[in-house]
Ligand binder design. Structure first.
Ligand code: FPP
Length: 228
């Protein structure tokens, strides 16, 4: 969800105003995804590296998270959204950590859309914590055991990764899970990412040929003729 700061700065507003507008865009995006039958939405709200931002911006983002826990959960509940927070919770305040646990518990029975909010998340953190957990349990490191130990083990790998704000990099998001993901880069700043922009991304995705290592000819052949 890149571009909140630039959206605000261009309007001579403080950066936090961009994050607040970004929260409105996110609320709308969750609703749109539910309406379009998307089963899993995962967003990058705060990276392991975002602690390096000015202290007032970090604390505004924490306040936004705390506020959202108070305000938004009943809305998500009404929309059938199952909420998960993904990332290292240890540096977060006791109050926020308790709020995350409660929001997850309240929405745990919902099935319409699984919504993962990556907060204090980094792809390298995730791979490292998974490997460390396996090592601590004395388990062999295999692709399957790593998959099971990753913080997004409750959902399949993503099909489409959208980055807004014109940058064309991954910035430590979903390093493990994005192995076969389709990438879509939008020049729109996140606060401007509306229904039309989402639908353009989905239409672009629908044109992609996903070969997963096979050839186009193999994909065209009937399933029974394909190599295992
Ligand atoms: C990146 O844009 C955006 C963030 C670091 C924060 C994203 C947060 C939200 C969309 C609000 C929702 C928050 C929660 C807690 C669910 P940037 O600030 O790096 O933009 P810039 O590149 O234009 O400076």
């Amino acid at each position: 969800m890149d571009g909140n700061g630039r959206w605000a700065t261009r309007r001579y507003l403080p950066r936090v105003a961009g994050h607040k507008r970004g929260m409105d865009t996110l609320r709308n995006c969750v609703r749109l995804c539910g309406e379009r039958g998307i089963r899993v939405l995962t967003v990058f709200a705060f990276s392991s590296e975002n602690w390096k931002r000015p202290a007032d911006e970090v604390s505004s983002l924490m306040d936004l998270l705390a506020g959202a826990l108070g305000r938004e959960v009943s809305l998500l509940q009404a929309e059938g959204v199952q909420l998960h927070f993904v990332g290292d919770r240890s540096p977060l305040s006791d109050k926020i950590r308790a709020g995350l646990v409660q929001a997850e518990a309240v929405t745990a029975g919902n099935q319409r859309l699984i919504f993962n909010i990556c907060f204090n998340y980094g792809g390298r953190w995730d791979i490292t914590q998974a490997a460390a957990a396996l090592a601590a349990r004395g388990e062999a490191i295999t692709e399957a055991s790593m998959n099971a130990a990753m913080s997004l083990a409750h959902v399949p790998d993503p099909d489409l990764l959208i980055r807004t704000g014109g940058e064309r990099r991954l910035s430590n998001f979903l390093l493990w899970q994005a192995a076969y993901c389709e990438f879509y880069f939008s020049d729109k700043l996140w606060p401007e990412f509306d229904a039309q922009a989402l639908d353009e991304a989905l239409a672009d995705f629908a044109q992609r040929e996903r070969r997963f290592g096979r050839t186009s000819e193999q994909l065209a052949a009937p399933e029974s003729k394909r190599a295992a």
